[in-house]
Design a protein around this ligand. Structure first.
Ligand code: SF4
Length: 330
């Protein structure tokens, strides 16, 4: 089923296509290991369009690993605000500290040891920034190759490992273009949602699923688990023109600022007078939050940090999970 010869023929076609068709993205200009690291961590689970603006602003604020390593966690979180999945920001700071103190790693193993860098990102950084023949296989590459081979295997970690081996066998010297070419093909031609644009694909004469007209049969997915639902009451407490915040101590969004909240139906975090109410939902990868938000006045300090709307806007990163309630900050 897996033909190395066919995959070998596909390599120069992808390289030529990528040279012609690649998008002008900010992280493809003036690349260093550090800027590639910033881009890769931002792009994990986040759309290119959402990352573009944030990436430029983040690098203006932290142009090298030095500035990021020496920044406070709150400064980094503020610059990351809106991108979600904040553990990536914390990991990026840790990785910048490693680069700053120990220098840039030169092997896949060294790259893989950086905070927040898994096998896929280690392959991408090794290929793109270090010129190493180390494949990067994520869901996009699995989708492309499972169609290319009309592969009936379930898309899981074992299949990823199989594709890493296959790609390693044909990896060309143009490591960065090959790695990015695959990413680009998955982003703009062999797309995840809706039918692939096979007429624009450099592999359409070689792709088995396309020859059979069965592109959308692949990849074969394992059945999805339902997300867990958590219900929360979120309080935007106001006192003398300031609003109550606290840092989350555990679980999702740990270490980030949040409006005080309790499990739905529990007593409020301090005595208060409800002024307004609204509901919102936020979907994480494995969990959904169903929230009822309350704008409420209080006379109690409650042990919270109290900040004005301007201070919150300027200095404190509140995760997008709570953004539906930020409209109450005046
Ligand atoms: S020919 Fe179509 S299905 Fe095959 S790799 Fe290209 S876009 Fe994907």
């Amino acid at each position: 089923m897996y033909s190395i010869q066919t995959l070998q023929q596909a390599v120069p076609r992808l390289l030529a296509w990528f040279q012609r068709e690649k998008r002008d993205l900010p992280w493809r200009r003036n690349r260093t290991f550090y800027t590639a690291l910033v881009a890769e961590l931002m792009l994990q689970q986040t759309r290119v369009e959402a990352v573009k603006e944030k990436y430029v602003a983040f690098l203006e604020r932290f142009p090298t690993e030095r500035e990021l390593a020496l920044a406070t966690e709150d400064e980094v979180m503020k610059a990351w605000e809106g991108l979600g999945y904040y553990s990536r920001a914390r990991n990026l700071k840790k990785a910048a500290e490693t680069l700053f103190h120990e220098g840039t790693p030169q092997t896949w193993v060294g790259v893989n040891a950086l905070a927040g860098v898994g096998n896929y990102t280690a392959g991408a950084l090794s290929s793109i920034a270090l010129g190493l023949k180390e494949p990067a296989v994520d869901g996009n590459v699995v989708r492309i190759l499972s169609r290319f081979f009309a592969d009936p295997s379930t898309a899981d970690d074992a299949l990823k490992a199989k594709y890493v081996d296959l790609l390693r066998a044909v990896y060309p010297d143009e490591t960065a273009d090959f790695c990015e070419g695959l990413m680009e093909l998955g982003a703009i031609v062999c797309v995840p949602n809706g039918p692939p644009l096979c007429e624009n694909c450099p592999w359409n004469a070689l792709c088995l699923a396309h020859q059979r007209g069965e592109e959308e049969k692949y990849p074969v997915r394992a059945p999805k688990k339902a997300r867990r639902v958590e219900t929360l009451d979120v309080y935007v407490l106001t006192r003398e023109g300031r609003y109550a915040l606290r840092k989350r101590e555990k679980g999702l969004l740990k270490g980030l600022w949040e409006f005080p909240n309790v499990s739905a139906g529990s007593p409020p975090p301090c005595p208060c007078n409800i002024l307004s109410k609204r509901t919102a939902r936020h979907i994480f990868t494995h969990v959904e939050w169903h929230m009822t938000g309350y704008l409420a006045e209080t006379c109690e300090d409650g042990g919270f940090v109290w900040a004005t709307a301007e201070e919150i806007e300027r200095e404190l990163a509140i995760p997008s999970a709570f953004s539906a309630f930020k409209c109450w900050l005046k």
